[in-house]
Design a protein around this ligand. Structure first.
Ligand code: HEC
Length: 124
């Protein structure tokens, strides 16, 4: 009676690639010296993709689809409050990409316009 055992050796190669230091918001940096941002009043289509949830006339989380109460984009005074948060949601690796993936998305131009607006002093 003979038993054969086959030992299978796995050799695992780890390829260690050099990752660039996780970008400190390099992607969304807007060069305000070369970009003239559109004003809030010109961005109603882009902000219109936020206001079904982020709307100061909606005062309970249920009607806002859970959008936090402090973030509103239906008026200029509200929209300009947290520009760095707005920028954060537009980064490619955003934790909470906005609009949510299930909702109507920004076009590339609208996204760039909002980045320029939020990154360059939120003009009216
Ligand atoms: C369908 C509803 C909906 C729409 C449309 C929407 N949001 Fe939101 N937003 C949310 C919800 C829900 C959260 C909370 C995410 C969380 O904390 O889980 C949120 C959170 C945020 C935050 C806070 C993120 C943070 O870091 O705390 C910002 C800023 C924001 N949204 C901006 C926007 C902008 C700008 C748009 C339009 C381009 C937009 N949202 C469109 C539902 C929405």
């Amino acid at each position: 009676m003979s038993k054969r055992f086959f030992a299978v050796g796995f050799s695992v190669l780890f390829a260690v690639s050099a990752f660039a230091a996780c970008g400190d918001d390099t992607e969304s940096t807007v060069d305000c010296a070369t970009v003239t941002p559109k004003g809030y009043s010109e961005l109603s289509v882009a902000f219109g993709k936020c206001t079904s949830c982020h709307n100061s006339s909606l005062t309970d989380l249920v009607s806002r689809a859970n959008a936090p109460l402090e973030y509103n984009y239906d008026t200029y005074e509200e929209a300009k409050k947290f520009p760095e948060k707005l920028l954060g949601t537009l980064e490619d690796d955003a934790t909470f990409p906005m609009p949510p993936a299930t909702d109507v998305q920004l076009t590339a131009t609208e996204k760039a316009d909002l980045q320029a607006w939020a990154g360059c002093d939120t003009p009216e």
